[in-house]
Design a protein around this ligand. Structure first.
Ligand code: TRP
Length: 459
């Protein structure tokens, strides 16, 4: 392993809007539209949503600012950033955990992203064109994800497209896609939410989603909500360190972090407004797990005039939103091997993508194709869900704890604030932010981890 003593010339975002869109593009993805609804469904609804919101704004936003500042100051990948800010220390292991987590998340995220492409193809082919009952939709989903060849092929295709964009470097690929298509996705979500809340039976769905029943809170609610907050905001594995390293010094980091957190949360809340009314309308169960949105949505499109068109547009835009996220997941390990091992970009992209594909195969076979992966003996869940919990919840949570402690106590609030003020704007909420990074985040995260270890409710 070679240590990069002086940073190689880096790509950069061409404009302020470009960065905001790219960072929002990383944050907004399947985490908002696929993962948020099923995790809310599995954890009892509105009470979970409230806890989630508290975590986003008390812990997530502060950690995001910390990641961006560290990235911009050091101009490195996650491991390089820890090494540059604390030479010779073991803190770099936090960055390394992030790199490993990036590959692990991409391996199962790519499977779901592949499903969205598959559902786009099915919609265009007219598979959902007729009135669709909940049972039919569930059966269709089961057949689709239960086919081993299809699942693996879609995963491979999605990873190949991701690799193609990451190969092309920063500004050209990521910015362009994000700039044009994210607003279109937003408009479509608004429209679908409007249709969903006006369905008969929508009231039950809205109650489940918005009227908190605190008796539904369990030991699992807190790590699930915290993990979902980190997952949705792309925190805890250095994606925002890496993106931060590409932002110009003239950029105001506080407003950038605020805007990203705001839009990410807005999209997740909107997705819930689409899914829960439609779910209760169709008579599906909120605890269907990873298949939830794929089972609900075709029943909603069947209720729309020109449903086939809306359905096709939706799955296409969802696949693109997933792509702007998989790009950031792949960019982290790729920038690591380029900066730290001295590999060329083409070699880094090729090798990391192939490794991710191999790790992703069990996840692709975990929804019926192979019984062992679909119901892991002694675990009580399937391989994909297990990966989502281990890497999507715990690994990001531990990574964020490491980051908060590092920025709060090692790199220091003073150095971080100097970086945040580099654009010339005074950092007005510095004291509050320092308190969130040094005290609230580490204490909150540690309390949740201890609670989980004590109760033994890991999954
Ligand atoms: N935040 C993305 C989503 O919600 C997923 C994602 C992209 C991610 N990059 C990440 C999650 C880095 C954690 C860390 O779909």
């Amino acid at each position: 392993m070679t240590t990069a003593s002086s940073p190689a010339p880096r790509g950069a975002f061409s404009s302020r809007l470009g960065f905001i869109l790219a960072a929002s593009g990383s944050a907004i993805g399947l985490g908002n539209i696929w993962r948020f609804p099923y995790v809310v469904g599995e954890n009892g609804g509105a009470a979970f949503v409230l806890i989630y919101l508290a975590f986003v704004f008390l812990i997530g936003a502060a950690v995001m600012l910390a990641e961006l500042a560290l990235g911009r100051s050091t101009q490195r990948n996650p491991v390089g950033a820890f090494k540059a800010a604390a030479p010779g220390s073991l803190w770099r292991l936090v960055g390394l955990l992030g790199v490993i987590t990036g590959v692990a998340i991409l391996s199962f995220y790519g499977v779901i992203a592949g499903w969205t492409v598959g559902y786009f193809v099915k919609t265009v082919a007219g598979d959902f064109a007729h009135q669709m009952t909940a049972d039919e939709s569930t059966a269709l989903f089961g057949t689709f994800v239960g086919s081993p060849a299809t699942s693996v092929a879609y995963l491979a295709v999605f990873l190949a497209v991701t690799a193609f964009v990451v190969y092309g470097g920063i500004a050209g690929g990521i910015e362009l896609v994000a700039k044009i298509l994210m607003p279109v996705l937003f408009a479509l979500l608004l429209f679908l939410a409007f249709r969903s809340v006006t369905l008969s039976g929508a009231g039950d769905g809205l109650r489940f989603y918005l009227a908190p029943d605190f008796s539904k809170i369990t030991a699992q609610t807190f790590p699930a909500a915290l993990g979902q907050a980190f997952f949705s905001l792309s925190l805890g594995m250095g994606a925002m360190i890496t993106y931060g390293s590409y932002i110009s010094k003239r950029e105001h980091l506080v407003s950038a972090a605020g805007i990203v957190c705001f839009f990410d949360t807005l999209i997740a809340l909107l997705a819930g407004l689409i899914i829960f009314p439609a779910l209760f309308h169709a008579g599906l169960s909120p605890t269907s797990g990873v298949g939830l949105v794929f089972q609900v949505l075709p029943t909603l499109f069947a209720e729309l005039p020109a449903g086939q068109l809306f359905g096709a547009a939706f799955f296409l835009l969802l696949a693109i939103a997933a792509l702007t996220s998989t790009i950031s997941l792949l960019e982290v390990p790729v920038s690591y091997v380029i900066d730290e091992w001295g590999w060329t970009r083409p070699r880094a992209v090729t090798v990391v993508t192939i490794a991710t594909l191999i790790i992703g195969v069990p996840s692709a076979l975990a929804s019926g194709a192979v019984p062992f992966f679909s119901n892991l003996p002694g675990v009580g869940t399937d391989f994909l869900s297990l990966m989502s919990i281990i890497f999507g919840n715990y690994s990001l949570t531990i990574g964020s704890l490491g980051l908060a402690l590092f920025v709060g106590y090692r790199w220091g609030i003073t150095a971080a604030s100097a970086e945040i003020e580099a654009d010339g704007t005074p950092f007005r909420v510095r004291k509050a932010w320092g308190f969130l990074v040094r005290v609230v985040s580490p204490a909150g995260i540690t309390a949740i981890l201890i609670y989980i270890i004590a109760t033994g409710n890991y999954f």
